[in-house]
Ligand binder design. Structure first.
Ligand code: C2E
Ligand code: MG
Ligand code: MG
Length: 720
């Protein structure tokens, strides 16, 4: 028998539900045999036992039996068209049982209706038939215990009772036997029922187990499949990651390479002079230190050659800066070619070059210098031009002339200056007699580094008076340095050092700010202050901004500030200074041409300079007394023509004053009127300022003979 009612989902229904359905299925599976058996047996019974008289009553019974079987057959046909899986098991059992019990009832009617009409043999045959039918039903109807028992009891008991109530002893015996048989049938039906239902249950449970296992297998398969997919995804993402890592590694390697190149380029930039590609100052100094260390161990000497091009300024002025740059590059090329390997070459600044090389003695060093000088004197091919340069070379030797790299460079520098003094285009070895100058200079250089921070710098103010009234018109701010060991140091000595070491900008800015601040506090707001500005400051390119900052910080009106510059400001390279002073003049600041006559200026181009006042140098004033006033008169008439005012510096005597006044000098500055006075005394000075031309100021009364500027400054009482 094929089990039905299997759910697609398998485990959604209980085992009992399925077993009930199986029981119904089993009942219907055997129904056909039962129906046919009932129909056939009943027909044969009637045909064999029915007496010829009264047969029609038997036929009626048979008809009833056939109708019942026909109905059961119809039910069986309908059963086959039921829904396979979802039919209601208990209801079907009931429906089947109704048909079977109807059949049993018809069978039960037979003994009640006909036994008394039949002879004993026929009765016995009928009873046996009933028992056989009942015993057949015990297995066929086993799926429903109630039905199986009811069927057997219904079939046997009425016949047995009829037999028991019959008069014959045989009938009674048969009736009793039948009853007993019925009991046996009941018991065997029970056993058959239990075994068949047990088998069904076992089948269902097995099926469930199989389903369950199947589900688990499928789940495992699905999980495995998911696992496979996940594995594949993992492998793909691993691959992707690996590719990315490779890409990133390549990128990083590239970045590192670029950084290294960048760092290298930066290091190159930081260590070389961009124009010539030679070492810059820092690198040269470092390498020189290494050369000295090696020389010390190898017991050899190191020569430092300080080269300065003599005619570079003219080349720049005449042929332009581009050619100037090419000349510097060509000079670097010549040096590189002519100097032995192992030597260090640097561009020290402007047109200055340094060479450091190991040498056996000073003759060898002089030979190298001579050779370089000659090589540089060869014509240089610059584009289509030929340019000749001349070099002055100073030579210093380690350890003879100096023991540190800084001293060695300075010694070579000193030797070069000495060479220049003696005449350009020379080679000069450092003279130990110059060593003390050098030490002096070095000490000043060191001291100057801290002078501002230690507040050793101050300003003195020297009045500039109106020639006609003698009244103070302005003060010149003059820088003072009180060295802790050396006392007062003249600006003539330390300003050039500040210019060379690059400290001039910081110092000059301080002077500007301090002078403006002092002037802003003076009681007379018409008095101007003049400040000396060095070329080096102008070349930094920040003068306008620095002046504006000083004015803003002090609150001084621009017309009260005047700047003193020298003619060198407008020479060669410095020609770009002119627009700066034009711009300052446009702001109301007056420009004074200081030390006029000592420079290279010719009177001819004075008119083109952006200046308002000429300050005739002290040397002219002194010389005039001796040599006459022709030069001063020429200057005065030119100044008048150009609309410029003239101040005479260094006026020490009344004779000088009177003569100059008569010739048209409008302002005086000099010891006759006052020495430079400390800032704190300016106010008192202004209060007792006497318009009388013959006023005897304390300074005038303590007038001391003119010495050199340096000696003078060291002895100036007001500054002590
Ligand atoms: P300078 O600008 O020509 O200043 C005039 C110099 O002559 C001052 O010397 C002053 O003391 C001196 N002097 C004035 N009257 C007489 C006189 O009747 N007889 C004599 N024998 N000398 C007189 P000082 O102060 O030593 O300044 C020297 C130079 O230093 C100045 O010359 C100026 O070129 C420079 N200097 C001074 N202060 C500064 C500054 O703040 N910045 C810059 N860049 N240079 C300055
Ligand atoms: Mg001056
Ligand atoms: Mg001067």
């Amino acid at each position: 028998m094929k089990l039905e009612g299997r759910c697609a989902e398998g485990l959604s229904e209980s085992v009992e539900t399925c077993v009930t359905r199986d029981r119904a299925t089993m009942l219907y599976a055997h129904a056909r045999a039962g129906i046919f058996a009932s129909a056939l047996v009943s027909t044969l019974l009637v045909l064999t036992v029915a007496p010829s008289g009264g047969r029609h009553r038997f036929m009626l019974w048979l008809a009833a039996m056939q109708v019942v079987q026909a109905v059961r057959l119809l039910d069986l046909l309908l059963w086959h068209r039921r829904p396979r899986r979802t039919f209601n098991g208990p209801r079907r059992i009931v429906r089947f049982s109704v048909g079977a019990m109807a059949s049993a009832a018809v069978w039960a009617a037979f003994p009640v209706l006909f036994f008394h009409l039949l002879p004993q043999g026929a009765r016995m045959a009928a009873l046996v038939t009933f028992s056989a039918m009942a015993s057949g039903s015990a297995t066929v109807l086993a799926p429903s215990l109630t039905l199986a028992i009811s069927y057997a009891v219904t079939l046997i008991v009425p016949a047995s009772l009829v037999m028991l109530t019959s008069p014959g002893q045989e009938d009674m015996l048969l009736g009793t036997l039948s009853i007993l048989y019925c009991v046996v049938l009941v018991v065997s039906s029970r056993i058959a029922h239990q075994s068949s239902v047990g088998a069904l249950r076992l089948g269902r449970e097995n099926e469930r187990l199989v389903l369950h296992t199947d589900m688990q297998r499928r789940q495992t398969e699905a999980t495995n499949q998911e696992l496979g997919t996940a594995k594949q995804a993992l492998a793909e993402s691993n691959q992707l990651l690996e590719t990315r890592v490779q890409q990133r590694t390549a990128e990083l390697a590239n970045e590192v390479l670029m950084r290294e190149q960048y760092a290298e380029a930066l290091a190159r930039l930081a260590s070389t002079d961009p124009l010539t590609g030679l070492c810059n100052r820092t690198t040269f100094t470092e390498r020189l230190a290494r050369l000295l260390a090696v020389a010390e161990q190898a017991k050899v000497q190191v020569a430092v050659l300080f080269l300065d091009l003599d005619n570079f300024k003219q080349i720049n002025d005449v042929r332009g800066h581009a050619t100037g740059d090419q000349v510097l590059q060509a000079v670097a090329g010549v040096l590189g070619k002519e100097v032995t390997t192992g030597a260090e070459i640097a561009r020290w600044g402007g047109d200055e070059f340094l060479v450091a090389v190991h040498v056996a003695d000073c003759e060898a060093a002089a030979d190298i210098a001579q050779h370089l000088r000659d090589a540089l004197a060869e014509p240089l091919e610059i584009g289509i031009d030929t340019v000749r340069v001349e070099a002055t070379i100073g030579v210093a030797l380690f350890p003879k002339d100096a023991t540190t790299q800084d001293e060695l460079i300075r010694a070579a520098d000193v030797a070069m200056y000495e060479a220049k003094r003696e005449g350009k285009g020379r080679v000069k070895l450092f003279d130990p007699a110059l060593a003390s100058d050098m030490a002096e200079r070095f000490a000043l250089e060191q001291g100057l580094r801290h002078a501002l921070a230690r507040q050793e710098l101050s300003l003195a103010f020297q009045p500039i008076v109106a020639a006609r009234t003698g009244r103070t018109y302005a003060f010149e701010a003059l820088l003072r340095w009180r060295h802790p060991d050396r006392g007062m140091v003249s600006p003539m000595d330390f300003i050039p050092i500040a210019e060379q070491t690059g400290q001039i900008h910081e110092i000059s800015c301080w002077v500007l700010r301090e002078a403006c601040t002092q002037a802003a506090g003076w009681p007379d707001a018409t008095i101007a202050v003049t400040v000396n500005i060095s070329v080096a400051h102008v070349l930094t390119g920040t003068l306008i901004a620095d002046v504006e900052a000083a004015l803003a910080a002090s609150g001084l009106a621009p017309y009260r500030l005047q700047l003193e510059i020298t003619e060198s400001m407008f020479l060669g390279d410095h020609v770009r200074a002119a627009p700066v002073f034009e711009a300052l003049r446009a702001r109301g600041i007056r420009i004074l041409l200081d030390d006029f006559g000592t420079g290279y200026s010719s009177l001819a181009y004075l008119g083109r300079l952006p200046v308002d006042v000429i300050k005739i140098d002290r040397s002219f004033v002194i010389n005039a007394e001796r040599d006459g006033y022709a030069t001063i008169e020429a200057i005065l008439s030119l100044a008048r023509a150009l609309g410029m005012e003239v101040t005479a510096e260094g006026v020490e005597t009344k004779v000088q004053r009177d003569t100059l006044r008569k010739r048209g000098v409008t302002r005086f500055q000099g010891y006759l009127f006052s020495r430079p006075i400390p800032a704190a005394e300016v106010e008192a000075w202004l209060r007792r300022d006497d318009p009388g031309a013959d006023a005897q100021t304390p300074a005038a009364r303590t007038l001391v003979p003119t010495g050199t500027r340096t000696q003078f400054e060291a002895r100036t009482p007001v500054e002590a």
